[in-house]
Design a protein around this ligand. Structure first.
Ligand code: TSB
Ligand code: ZN
Length: 641
């Protein structure tokens, strides 16, 4: 007999080799029906797997969050089996449950596309109805190798399993997979699922390896849950900046301009200009000086900075002109170092805060390029601060404060704050000076703590020159990205031999702080389009007011009066006097998500008033001309959302 302890601390005795399934059924048949898996001593354990010793046991029912990965992982196996039946040459990489659903990576001769998903789904439904038991088996390394002898990916995965570690396989019908579990007991338990997309994924995530096919899917315990999830996906897609950016004519992509080189259209340019104005003003308020530096630099400059050794994979290849080797810069730091070094500096001159809208180019992997959020040509709201060691903390806090101001003004929703540290074992990416790294990392953590910032330590995420604070956001489609960044750097001042003269007339090294204010315009725009669902607040909206005269003949004088008033105040408007139906014009203004719509009819002309309808609202508001204008100006000034 063995003793089983339940979560409520009660203990019961069972036959040795009993299963969680038997235990659940002995408590009540309806409980057994709801059970998906169990947790034995805190680890997921299959319902049908014999329990061999005293243990604590938690039954995982289908309303428990721990049940979802078990179901989804099982569904990944079901999908792999269906793929194998349809494409007998298929070889399989990994197929885990993920935060939402699951995926499986595989390799087939025949290309699998979105159109094939329905066939795979059909086969999955068939296999589910065959009610195959999903059985676990412990095997030796040799047995596993024999079983997967035709699948080089599985063989590589077996190789990666450490000596002495248990190897298990899960079989269902004719199909077996290398897997640690846990799983549902039978394929018939997988009833509600949907295959979502086909994507490419490099084997082991390395672009030097073969690109495998990845299918994403989602399984749920009920039809309602599945449908609710699909609705969420639909809403996210509606918010996707690639879709909205096209509909709202914000940016344009065409392979003709090259991969990763999107083009800003007039609406996008208008939004960007408002942000530039904002950035310039706030930087002036915070004591930054603006500079302009070139997009191309000699490769010597990047050899001096260390970019050549540590960042070359991310740079476009050099051009040779007039015996000079030139590169498109990936960052502006070297130029700003040159500006600092261009004259003598005294301790009284510091901090020197140099800001610039930096145009830069990075050779991002083609598979990673996404709309405006990850591009190859970008403009960064950048700055480099040259500070004395005693100023590091205050200047870091200074940058943090202005970033927090921007987060508030735009309504940015921070996902988390990452304290990005070096990976001490990666001597290739990070320069080798432990003392320097330790000082920089400790200092950064101290500033964050002193400023009450909750942060997560992320080893391996530092820049090659130093640790950083990265402010992370999530996109509509769930990508995690860095928006703002503040980085500490003891290396570049060394590389460029930067100095200032201290109180005693001695030469001393300054420290550099790199500050990416609100990211690149590209990434910020991508984020804001999704944040506002395309309905930009008044201060950023490309068109702030649409004016529609009910009758172009009778109401145009009044319309023109309003137009000249708006022009005087630089309010961005669209006078829609096309010969179209009123309803059509109103609908169009709504699809363009213009914040204010005014319709001018007899009544407005007679009373010299304006009837305003705000985007997203049903009711209208009647205002006099002066109030109308002052309302808009106030919203612009307050950055109201
Ligand atoms: C802050 N030298 C520093 C600078 O002084 C620097 O370049 N840091 S960075 O490499 O982290 O990049 C700054 C910011 O640019 C990132 O935080 C991110 O918001 C944005 N960015 C980086 N790569 C891309 C890209 N491919 N597409 C769009 N934005 C990007
Ligand atoms: Zn920099």
């Amino acid at each position: 007999m063995i003793k089983i302890t339940f979560p409520d601390k009660s203990i019961r005795e069972y036959e040795n080799e009993t299963t969680a399934s038997t235990i659940a059924a002995s408590i009540s048949p309806s409980l057994r029906k709801k059970c998906v898996a169990a947790k034995l001593n805190g680890e997921i354990y299959d319902l049908a797997r014999p329990i061999l010793a005293d243990a604590s046991l938690e039954l995982i029912t289908n309303d428990n969050p721990d049940a979802m990965p078990v179901l989804n992982h099982s569904c990944a196996h079901l999908m792999a089996q269906a793929i194998k039946r349809l494409y007998p040459d298929a070889k399989f990489g990994v197929g885990p449950a993920i935060e939402e659903g699951f995926y499986y990576d595989f390799d087939t001769e025949e290309k699998v596309t979105d159109e094939d998903l329905v066939h795979i789904e059909k086969m999955m439904t068939k296999i589910a109805s065959e009610a195959l038991d999903m059985t676990r088996k412990e095997v030796t390394r040799e047995e596993a190798q024999a079983l997967f002898q035709d699948d080089e990916y599985k063989l590589a995965l077996i190789d990666a399993i450490e000596e002495g570690q248990l190897i298990t396989i899960y079989a269902q019908g004719e199909f077996a997979d290398l897997c640690a579990g846990g799983h549902v007991t039978n394929t018939k338990e997988i009833k509600f699922f949907k295959l979502l997309t086909v994507a490419g994924a490099y084997w082991r995530g390395d672009s030097k390896n073969k690109m495998l096919t990845r299918i994403y899917g989602y399984a749920a315990f009920s039809k309602a849950e599945l449908e609710a999830y699909l609705d969420i996906l639909k809403a996210r897609k509606e918010r996707d900046h690639k879709k909205l950016g096209k509909e709202l004519e914000i940016f344009y992509m065409n392979p003709l301009s090259g991969q990763g080189f999107p083009i800003l259209l007039p609406n996008g340019a208008t939004i960007r200009k408002q942000i530039t104005k904002y950035v310039t003003e706030i930087e002036e308020d915070y004591g930054f000086q603006h500079v302009f530096t070139p997009v191309i630099g000699s490769s010597e400059l990047y050899k001096t900075s260390g970019h050549w050794d540590h960042y070359r994979d991310d740079m476009f290849i050099p051009m040779n002109m007039d015996g000079e080797e030139l590169v498109l810069r990936p960052m502006s730091c070297p130029h700003h170092m040159m500006i600092y070094a261009s004259k003598m500096r005294s301790y009284r001159d510091l901090p020197v805060r140099l800001a610039e809208e930096v145009i830069q180019h990075r050779y991002e992997a083609s598979g990673a390029l996404t709309g405006l959020e990850r591009v190859r040509a970008m403009t960064l709201t950048d700055a480099h601060l040259f500070v004395r060691p005693d100023q590091i903390k205050t200047e870091f806090a200074h940058c943090l404060k202005m970033i927090h101001q921007a987060i508030e003004d735009f309504g940015i929703e921070v996902d988390y704050y990452s304290l990005s540290l070096r990976d001490p074992d990666d001597k290739e990416k990070y320069f080798d000076d432990d003392a320097m790294w330790n000082t920089a990392e400790t200092m950064l953590a101290e500033v964050l703590e002193a400023n009450d910032v909750d942060f997560v330590r992320m080893p391996g995420e530092a820049a090659f020159y130093g640790p950083k604070l990265d402010i992370q956001i999530k996109t509509a489609l769930g990508h995690e990205l860095t928006l703002s960044t503040i980085q500490l750097d003891f290396l570049l001042p060394e590389r460029f031999d930067l100095t200032y003269i201290d109180e005693n007339g001695e030469k001393v090294r300054p420290v550099v702080i790199h500050r990416g204010f609100i990211s690149t315009y590209e990434r910020l725009l991508a984020y804001l389009i999704e944040l506002y669902k395309g309905a930009f607040p008044m201060w950023l909206a490309p068109t702030q007011v649409t004016i529609i005269p009910v009758n172009n003949n009778f109401h145009s004088d009044y319309a023109n009066e309003i137009v000249s008033l708006l022009k005087k105040h630089r309010i961005r408007f669209n006078l829609d006097n096309r010969e179209e139906k009123l309803g059509y014009k109103i609908r169009e203004s709504q699809t363009k998500k213009v914040p204010m719509l005014i319709v001018l009819g007899d009544k407005e002309v007679e009373d010299q008033t304006i009837t305003v309808r705000r985007y997203g609202q049903e009711e209208t508001q009647t205002l006099n001309l002066a109030t109308f204008v002052s309302t808009i100006l106030e919203e612009i000034a307050n950055k109201s959302r």
